[in-house]
Design a protein around this ligand. Structure first.
Ligand SMILES: [Zn+2]
Length: 560
């Protein structure tokens, strides 16, 4: 139902936009009211959500090729100004192009080949009327000039924007974060995840005496203006792009990785340098574990960096940001409650895990955000598996279950930039851990995880593609398992009765056709395949009770 509503909205919007004389004039209030009447149960989404979250007709006809973001950051005035050059390939010959930029930032002008273009705005979506004939296969550029006081982050990185902070020496310490909210909160771009730019130059004029660290490699520093030019040579998602300005000190090391030498660079506040040299030893341990389990680090050409910021941290591509206060765990806490979570710095391991799942394999639609967070939550247990063994990893991921709420499905609503349940983290990792049991062969499972990173290398994906790949490579039809854990909020209940060695069992609370095998532990051990119907198995008469292998994420209920 909800998906239908957004399609209806999109349809109407398309009709309106094709009618150029009334272009952007028509309000949706009446329509939303009618939709609201038939859809009073559904979560409310606005026209702005649809413009932000769907592949609109003004987005679909052009393919991003290159950005040059060129800005000055005035930290004293909390003001930014500059331009973004957007180069694109024409796929379909249309003349209206959507660019996103969020208020209070303002577009000053948009040009193509030096000619100023007309722009009609609808909230944060700006529709550029191109003059030049857009020929299929051509690479064209527009330049978007903008300025203003960007939204200040209220609770970075979740409620992001610009964090304007000072370090302990009263020097500016500035950083951006914008996942969910969207990169258009601080720079103009095509703010939808399906289309990643192929490469990008980020030029930032920073306040005198301070450095700017962004993504990719530092190409040059213009000393006269204190402008830092960073070049990203790989596809990058919008929210991964970041600006970090501070009184940084640098140190680094070289890692002998699967694709050769990888430079790992660390940028921390001057006063934290000695602390960081000890604490960042987790970075190499992370790289070893993840290359083993997930395959080569996906951005050798752009190096790997950890950059200190004045907030907790974020998976900014090739410049992972760090603010976990030099503590192990999550700000010193173990999310699993088992003790294993204090063996590593959560932010270094988790945010760097996103280089494989978020930055390498990126969701097309925010509804599929579990592809980032489920796998990356799982990466924490993979780290433990590599360095502390399988049992530690199991303890940890099972320990995370206490954080699962089962409030709503993990997959959100498509086309409106909507995330699903926060269960995407811990339930996502426990679903993957359960699938590892079903695959029943750790080498095969590792090949699947590595295979995902090869098959979908530098791509944007849907849940369906990930599901299909895992089912195909494991040789197991996992469709009902994914449906159960991703598309409902229900956890399978394994019900059983046991008397005189006769075991009766079934599943309740499951989707139609759900018959996931389970391993029961008794003196012999046995795999059974429950479904919704009662089934019977003969155990030896001396068996008093059974125990389900704890690695399967189900609820067990004995019926007397
Ligand atoms: Zn994450």
């Amino acid at each position: 139902m909800e998906q239908m509503v957004s399609k209806v909205l999109l349809f109407f919007q398309t009709q309106f936009l094709d009618n150029k004389t009334r272009f952007m004039k028509i309000k949706f209030i009446t329509l939303l009211f009618i939709v609201g009447l038939v859809n009073s149960q559904a979560q409310e989404f606005t026209e702005q959500d649809t413009l932000r979250g769907s592949i609109t007709p003004e987005r679909v006809w052009w393919d991003l090729n290159y950005y040059h973001l060129n800005i000055e950051v005035n930290a004293d005035k909390k003001f930014i100004s500059g331009s973004n050059t957007i180069r694109y390939e024409v796929i379909d010959e249309k003349e209206i192009l959507q660019v996103d930029l969020q208020a209070p930032l303002e577009i000053e002008k948009v040009t193509q080949d030096g000619q100023e273009l007309e722009v009609k705005s609808n909230g944060n979506a700006h529709f550029v009327q191109l003059k030049k004939k857009q020929r299929k296969g051509a690479f064209n550029e527009i330049m978007v000039y903008y300025s203003g006081h960007p939204k200040e982050a209220e609770n970075a990185p979740w409620d992001g924007g610009f964090s304007w902070k000072k370090d302990s020496n009263d020097k500016h310490f500035v950083a951006t974060s914008c996942q969910g909210l969207g990169a258009s909160v601080w720079w103009p771009n095509k703010d939808h995840m399906y289309d990643e730019v192929d490469s990008m130059l980020i030029s930032v004029k920073a306040p005198k005496g301070l450095m700017n660290i962004s993504n990719g490699r530092l190409r040059k520093v213009d000393k006269k203006t204190n402008t830092y030019h960073w070049f990203v040579s790989n596809p990058i998602n919008n929210y991964g792009v970041n600006v970090n300005i501070g009184d940084y000190s640098h140190f680094g090391e070289e890692y002998e990785g699967e694709k050769g030498p990888l430079d790992m660079d660390y940028y921390v506040l001057r006063d934290d340098l000695e602390k960081a040299k000890v604490h960042f030893k987790d970075a190499i341990l992370m790289m070893e574990a993840f290359e083993h389990w997930f395959g080569p680090y996906p951005f050798y050409e752009d190096s790997f960096k950890l950059v200190q910021v004045p907030y907790l941290g974020m998976e900014h591509q090739s410049s992972v940001t760090y603010g976990n206060q030099w503590k192990k765990g999550y700000l010193g806490r173990d999310l699993s409650g088992t003790g294993w979570g204090l063996k590593f710095d959560f932010i270094i391991i988790h945010e760097a895990g996103h280089e494989w799942f978020a930055n390498n394999i990126t969701y097309k639609d925010a509804a599929d955000m579990w592809v980032h967070e489920g796998f990356t939550s799982y990466s924490e247990n993979v780290f433990l598996n590599y360095h502390y063994g399988k049992e530690a990893a199991e303890d940890y991921v099972i320990g995370l279950r206490k954080n699962i709420k089962n409030d709503k499905p993990i997959i959100g609503q498509y086309d409106v930039n909507s995330e699903g349940s926060g269960d995407m983290y811990y339930k996502g990792s426990n679903m993957l851990h359960t699938i590892r049991q079903l695959v029943g062969n750790d080498e095969k499972w590792r090949k699947i995880l590595r295979g995902l990173n090869k098959e979908f290398y530098h791509q944007t994906v849907t849940t369906k593609e990930i599901e299909g790949y895992i089912s195909e490579k494991s040789g197991i039809d996992l469709s009902t398992v994914f449906d159960q854990y991703l598309r409902t909020a229900d956890i399978p209940v394994f019900e059983y009765k046991l008397s005189d060695g006769v075991l009766k069992y079934r599943y309740t609370n499951v989707v139609s056709g759900f018959d996931m095998p389970l391993e029961i532990m008794n003196e012999v051990g046995q795999t059974i395949r429950p479904n919704k119907e009662w089934q019977t198995a003969q155990l030896t008469a001396s068996v008093q009770d059974i125990e389900v292998n704890r690695n399967y994420y189900v609820v067990t209920k004995k019926i007397d």
